[in-house]
Design a protein around this ligand. Structure first.
Ligand code: GAP
Length: 493
């Protein structure tokens, strides 16, 4: 986190004001680029790979949407207030912090009161007495119009735009079940105790896919053979350690409700592993009845083990059945039923893959962080397809026409669609250190051989090896390295 803050990946929003609320972050140049590249990677590997439709929904939605979705009634956290200093606390958190045991999400208020009393818990700030536990709705209201009489809310999950757009997309996009709709966008939650930087924010980015399917055809999904052997770690309820299972075994063992679910769990595993998360630090955790969100019949949380934070949920995989479309049909009176070829009319079921983009970014920074004896500074081993910049360009010295030549190299690489950063200040070692620290995988040095022989030095971040590359071949070589079509070692003499 020191590195992320020092190199401006992200920082508190409106930070020059003391009144800036906590749990809201801005992303600087490196973080903005990394965030966009993670989203682009997700689009390519999960969304486009599965021919999903994409939308970009509005963030403000009317009250009626959230009456239908159940958020006005059910999207609550349990809170308790200090009767002395008036600080608000999440009741389940202070119990968990005091006892070290997880408190299930839906634990009733009365039970939480009992736990607080049994443990003799007081306000963590001033040791004052705590009030009875109440429910606090996490949505943020926005009052529109000059009279501020139109009650709207900032969406607490991006997928509500997908459910509201479902009808128009089925009418305009010539779709057949099963099909997915995906979206990257911001969600807003009035978290009582935002914490751990990007892990629990009040405004955060989600990358979500909603797969609509015929419940009678939950076992009909193309492409299953390609993922059948994909191995994943599963943490079942009641077992201490995760077990390794393939998508095929999941299905044969009846661990999940159908082939479509086994397929998409494997797709999540494949995508996040390819981003650079080590297999042994990932797991799917079965979420029990007491903890599942109000709309889900089956949930597998995809989690990564963080050194500092323990298990962190990156992706909620939920079987939302017909809960949302059913609720919106009732609330809006729009007919959201699907007509099957055999004439059956039904509300499609939904399998959801709801990922946190910012949590993925923060946990990826941890997974990519390296500090070894080979260099004096830390570096980020981020895959080239995700790193903030694909290539850095340096003139060896700031004279003899080398900066002008280096700028020509920059233009040429940019014309070939390569994200480049240019740096001419400080020693070459210092410049390597600066780009290694932000995970830039390749650096090009323009030296005295460039004008004479038309070659540059290309350096690999992870191995620090250096190869001589012909200027004319540079863009093509970098693209091949980017796509994994060429190992760096093959460039070495
Ligand atoms: N549409 C379902 C849904 O929103 P969720 O489990 O509430 O489910 C999905 O959220 C993902 O969004 C989580 O797995 C997490 O990665 C991310 N997320 C949720 N709340 C967050 C918060 N306050 N700050 C940052 N990321 C959050």
């Amino acid at each position: 986190m020191q590195l992320a803050l020092r190199r401006g990946f992200f920082f508190p929003a409106s930070e020059i004001y003391s009144s800036a609320p906590s749990g809201i972050y801005d992303f600087g140049p490196n973080g903005r680029a990394l965030r966009d590249n993670i989203a682009a990677f997700w689009r390519r590997h999960l969304v486009q790979h599965n021919d999903m439709l994409e939308i970009d929904g509005a963030q403000i939605m009317p009250r009626a949407v959230f009456e239908s979705s159940g958020h006005l009634m059910g999207f609550n956290d349990p809170v308790t207030q200090c009767t002395k200093c008036h600080a608000m606390h999440r009741a389940d958190r202070i119990i968990a912090d005091a006892t070290g045991a997880q408190v299930p999400e839906g634990t009733p208020e009365g039970k939480l009161d009992e736990m607080i009393e049994d443990q003799g818990l007081a306000c963590p700030k001033c040791r004052g007495t705590l009030s009875k536990v109440k429910r606090f709705n996490l949505m943020m209201a926005v009052m529109l119009g000059p009279l501020q009489d139109q009650e709207c809310y900032l969406r607490p999950e991006t997928c509500q735009s997908i459910f509201c757009d479902y009808l128009r997309l089925t009418k305009t996009m010539r779709v057949k079940l099963p099909f997915g709709i995906a979206q990257r966008g911001n969600a807003f939650r009035n978290e009582i105790s935002p914490r751990n930087y990007l892990i629990r924010q009040r405004e955060f980015a989600q990358i979500e896919c909603e797969i609509f399917f015929d419940p009678e055809q939950i076992n009909e999904i193309g492409g299953f053979d390609a993922v059948k052997g994909t191995s994943m770690r599963f943490q079942r309820i009641g077992s201490d350690d995760p077990v390794e299972m393939t998508a095929g075994e999941l299905l044969e063992g009846g661990v999940v409700s159908g082939r479509l679910i086994a397929y998409y769990l494997a797709e999540v595993q494949r995508t996040w592993e390819a981003m650079g998360f080590p297999h042994e630090l990932l797991r799917f955790r079965e979420v029990g009845d007491d903890e599942r969100p109000f709309y889900s019949k089956e949930t597998w949380d995809f989690e990564v083990l963080s050194d500092q934070l323990g298990w962190v949920e990156l992706v909620a995989n939920n079987y939302r059945i017909d809960y949302d479309l059913g609720g919106h049909q009732k609330g809006s009176k729009a007919d959201l039923r699907w007509t099957a070829e055999d004439g059956r009319k039904f509300i499609p079921h939904v399998w959801e893959i709801s990922a946190g983009l910012d949590r993925t970014l923060m946990c990826l920074l941890e997974a990519a962080f390296r500090q070894d004896d080979s260099r004096k500074y830390p570096y980020l081993s981020i895959p080239p397809q995700i790193s903030p910049y694909l290539c850095a360009v340096f003139p060896l010295v700031r004279k003899d026409g080398l900066p002008a030549l280096a700028h020509e190299v920059v233009d040429d690489l940019r014309n070939h669609g390569i994200e480049v950063t240019y740096d001419e200040s400080g020693s070459i070692g210092r410049r390597y250190a600066r780009v290694d620290e932000v995970g830039c995988p390749f650096a090009v040095t323009v030296d005295y051989d460039t004008p004479e022989k038309g070659v540059v030095t290309l350096r690999d971040r992870d191995s620090t090896e250096q190869a001589t590359v012909d200027l004319k071949e540079l863009p093509g070589t970098i693209w091949k390295l980017y796509n994994g079509l060429l190992p760096f070692s093959s460039l070495l003499g």
